[in-house]
Design a protein around this ligand. Structure first.
Ligand code: SF4
Ligand code: SF4
Length: 260
């Protein structure tokens, strides 16, 4: 009778006859994945059968969603955007035109719903998870309109993403400075709106500092979307992750990534 044993190799369950187990060191290197099986493989973040408990990368990457951290990120991001819109309302009242508020109110949802998921998230291992919505720690719940791309983001994708990212993150300060200058030139007029704009700007800067340093500063060092311009994961961790995920590694190598 042949006894079958279950093994975990590169985070996947493999059945082997007992007879192989005495020579296991000879057997494992032979278990290379064929092109077809690589294409069927999900990356380990998306694969529910992954053996994360024994993985040495568990503490080094945000690859399993921590609900507490994800909720803090969602609250921080929501407050940031609400304050940004409030700045444009107050500065609009002071300056007398509304193109900044209107353009921000259009570009903001467009970025989070369409642009960022396409340019950035579609290259992220979280994007391969089952379901029609994103199940990661940052843009949780966004619809998945695009197909998953295991390779890294291109230079053009990163450049366009930087333009949109800078607009939604930094443009509120333009509205704020402009409105405060107009208020400063005529403090007697619209005093309540001017003071409200100054207070909102201070709150915005506090939230921006917290959001940038505490949340993004830490998360970018562990984010599994390695080709994002802001990603700071050490090269050796990226290499180990790609070695665990042959389909991703193939796509990265084809895109020019080199093991050093
Ligand atoms: S790298 Fe993959 S296998 Fe390792 S802990 Fe993260 S999701 Fe699990
Ligand atoms: S972790 Fe970031 S890059 Fe990855 S899917 Fe979520 S929002 Fe997109």
């Amino acid at each position: 009778m042949i006894i079958i044993r279950l093994l975990i190799y590169q985070n996947h369950l493999i059945c082997l006859p007992e007879v192989f187990l005495d020579n296991i060191n000879c057997v494992l290197p032979m278990l290379e994945f064929s092109e077809d099986s690589k294409n069927e493989l999900k990356n380990c973040i998306a694969d529910e059968k992954s053996n994360c408990i024994e993985c040495e990368l568990e503490e080094k990457l945000i690859c399993v969603v921590n609900k507490k951290f994800a909720n803090r990120f969602l609250i921080g991001n929501t407050i940031y955007r609400v304050l940004a819109l409030t700045i444009f309302v107050f500065s609009g009242l002071l300056i007398g035109h509304w193109w900044m508020l209107i353009s921000y109110a259009i570009v903001l949802p467009l970025t989070f719903l369409v642009i960022e998921p396409r340019l950035l998230c579609s290259h992220c291992p979280f994007y391969e998870k089952e379901g029609k919505c994103l199940k990661c720690w940052a843009l949780r719940g966004m619809p998945k309109l695009w197909k998953y791309r295991p390779g890294p983001a291109t230079r053009a994708e990163k450049t366009v993403m930087l333009i949109f990212g800078t607009f939604i993150d930094v443009f509120p300060l333009v509205g704020s400075i402009w409105g405060i200058i107009v208020f400063g030139l005529d403090t007697g007029n619209n005093i309540a709106v001017g003071i409200s704009l100054v207070v909102t700007t201070i709150l915005f800067l506090v939230v921006a500092t917290y959001f940038g340093k505490v949340l993004l500063g830490n998360a970018c060092k562990k984010c599994a979307n390695f080709s994002c311009s802001m990603n700071k994961v050490p090269k050796e961790i990226v290499k180990k992750f790609l070695e665990t995920n042959p389909k991703m590694k193939d796509a990265w190598v084809k895109a020019g990534w080199k093991e050093e």
